[in-house]
Write a protein that binds this ligand. Sequence first.
Ligand code: UD1
Length: 344
Amino acid sequence: MKKKILVTGGTGYIGSHTVVELQNSGYEVVIIDNLSNSSADVVDNIEKVSGIRPAFEELDCLDYAGLDALFTKYPGIEAIIHFAASKAVGESVEKPLLYYRNNLVSLINLLDLMPKHGVGGIVFSSSCTVYGQPDVLPVTEKAPIKKAESPYGNTKQINEEIVQDTVASGSPINAILLRYFNPIGAHPTALLGELPNGVPQNLVPYITQTAMGIREKLSVFGDDYNTPDGSCIRDFINVVDLAKAHVIAIDRILNGKQKEKVEIFNVGTGRGLSVLELIHIFEESTGVKLNYQIVSRRAGDIEQVWADPAFANEELGWKAEATIEDTLRSAWAWQLKLRERGIQ
Ligand code: UD1
């Protein structure tokens, strides 16, 4: 019998890619999503990609009674991958309570209900944002946690602590916290990808929308940083590679391979690329010229961060594989497909 996994936020960007990889690896998936930043037709596209339709329920993780009923309706869920969260850094500064409520209470509800329903494992979406500006690069999991730059970042730090404290209290839960760097790209079929609501905040959707002519010009936020070309440096990780790390984490929990009840892994490539480098690689690998201008720095941006992925490489046997060129081409193919579908 297939092992059943609950994926919260499973119609979202990283969630949808992960559902497909779980299905490809023989797991049965139940998705819940409140559709606040995604749409139900993603379920159709997941089915087109994997050939399997996942169970889907429109449900908000803030709805404790609804979650309780869900676990009763789908008995035998063995683990959860918890993606569902608000994730816009700027919005979190304007609406901190929304972010604290959504991101903290959702996790609390799940952790609270897991023992009651015999769910033993959870993989939590954390972020490299917990490191702030690291003193040493590449950054390892042992680097100190710095004061968060935004309420969003703070929710990731607090959620990591909530998981640690809950497990330390004796709750029968095994957890893996994955600290993502900058996920980009789309599924090679161009059927799944990132579809931001309104004006994109993140770099790559802004690049592809500008290339498409939806946005007039990309603004590069600062070229006066202390980096070789003056623009910020990030570790851009292919979304399918990132999705695969989740499947390995789930296997590890369910097969009792963990060395500690809460484990933390960086999920990045180990390669730092500047914003300007990324723009040029996009232009070269797609053949599309990008209209961009340098503007002033964006408040709250970290100058440079990239992962030391050695621990994940060795312990999980996971490694980022996609090239940056293929990844950017996949993002562009997804943008072209959206146009074809009349979405953007
Ligand atoms: C941020 C968060 C990260 C979070 C992610 C989710 C921090 C430090 N990082 O990533 O934890 O998971 O958002 O949304 O809080 N840029 C431009 N022009 C643009 C857009 C971006 O130059 O139009 C630059 C930014 O200044 C930055 C880089 O591109 O240097 C990447 O930006 P973005 O894609 O927004 O991701 P982060 O800010 O790194």
